[in-house]
Design a protein. Sequence first.
Length: 213
Amino acid sequence: MATPLTVRVVEHQAQIFRRFWRGSATFYILNPVLFLAAIGFGLGGLVPESTGNVGGVPYDAFVAPGLLAASAMLGATAESMWPVMAGTKWVRTFHAMVATPVRPADVYAGVVAWTTVRSAVGGYGRFLALAEDGIRQTAGFGEPEQRRYPWEQTYTRDAWLDQLPTSGFFAQIPPDTAKAVIEGIGDAVDAAGGAFTMRYTTVVVTAERIPAA
């Protein structure tokens, strides 16, 4: 069974990521942590001297959701700008791709899929870290622990295409483009045999409550 060409584009992006993941780790993890330390705790240390909080919420907790959203947004922006310019103009890797059986629609869908995965992983990783910090600050629980539960779901072509438009990405592109992307993805699923198995990992942050003295 042939691998869908869109998946091949995603594999290409993943191979590049393997070469440069250290820089991405700095961007997605270290930068938000340093910014939270500087703004949330540094500047935030001045807030209690005036009001004590922001609307009843500690300042570091107030800015943390914004950092989470900014991390995901900037990650998606970075993946959608310079790598795309390199593929279309500077290095012209996209030109090399479409010289093979890979179609422009496959390149587009593959890059969009990879960008979505990258920004989601970066954002959710930071979200889990913030959740753990919030549990620690309560002083009512033991050390937080992450639990991971891998699972799989098999989708038919129709089942996958029915839920695909619910992704926020499709609300950001013109209807004609969204239709073309969905049709291309449907063709890719058909080429894979009409169904495929998606692997997921559910991540849960837990902590044991400390008994009251």
